[in-house]
Design a protein around this ligand. Structure first.
Ligand code: UDP
Length: 237
């Protein structure tokens, strides 16, 4: 599949057109940002790892009946995906308290959350991705009522599937963010599923294996991304 013009460049990925208007190429960069884009850096080979990890996870989710934008992995940094009209709503699921939840509500980190918490955030960098609810989404027409119901049901299924997937690999799925988009009348899971957008803790030791290592200068960032890669994509998995 030939790569044509650049359509969009985000913080961690670039989207290129292809000869087929229904397909685009998602290129994974090593660039990392945190703290609303204030902290910038590079995580060596992050793009390669996130491409492989996302590929494996999209394949797994497709096998389990979740419709995603994934088509095929083209090379170590490029994935062919269906072009989406992105729904500007981030769907977050939390199984364990961490990050903004702890800050916002004074909950202690690592508290098990049962039932899991589901939140919506508006995808809007200048507004710092504010938290929103279903009422905002419907009134401002960011998604229809039917789509909102779909995001909740699909997200919940993805949470259950991913929790099992990571648990089988010695990883605790703490929380994660999903993005969806419209493609030919269907809503598909888009973006990526990687240690950039998931909090992943070692099931035994509780050690952080995700972008929090970069966000909070915890060290061994590359090593932990590599470890997640091996556990998700390694032989015998
Ligand atoms: N997340 C993300 N992109 C965002 C905001 C959050 O991928 O713009 C992910 C984040 O990695 C975590 C989950 O969503 O796995 C919940 O993030 P939280 O609301 O706790 O925000 P943070 O503390 O990361 O600012």
């Amino acid at each position: 599949m030939k790569r044509l013009e650049k359509l969009y460049e985000g913080k961690a990925k670039i989207i290129y057109a292809t000869e087929d208007p229904d397909l685009v190429i998602q290129y994974f960069k090593d660039d990392a940002t945190a703290n609303d884009g204030i902290k910038k850096g590079t995580i060596v080979d992050k793009g390669v790892i996130n491409n492989q990890v996302s590929t494996r996870i999209f394949q797994y989710l497709e096998e389990k009946g979740v419709a995603t934008h994934y088509v095929e992995q083209l090379n170590d940094r490029e994935m062919l995906v269906k072009s989406l009209e992105i729904i500007p709503v981030e769907v977050v699921f939390r199984n364990v308290a961490a990050g903004s939840l702890c800050k916002r509500l004074g909950i202690e980190e690592a508290k098990h959350l049962d039932p899991p918490i589901q939140e919506f955030f508006l995808k809007d960098d200048p507004l710092h991705d504010p938290m929103i609810n279903e009422s905002h989404i419907k009134t401002f027409e960011w998604a229809t009522e039917k789509e909102v119901a779909f995001l909740k049901a699909s997200g919940s299924k993805v949470n259950q599937l991913l929790e099992e997937f990571f648990k089988a690999r010695g990883i605790r799925l703490v929380d994660f963010k999903l993005e969806y988009g419209r493609h030919k009348g269907e809503v598909l899971l888009g973006d990526e599923i990687s240690p950039d957008g998931c909090r992943l803790w070692d099931l035994e030791t509780g050690e952080k294996m995700d972008k929090d290592r970069f966000r909070f200068n915890l060290g061994s960032v590359e090593e932990k991304y590599q470890e997640v890669y091996k556990l998700v994509c390694g032989e015998g998995v």
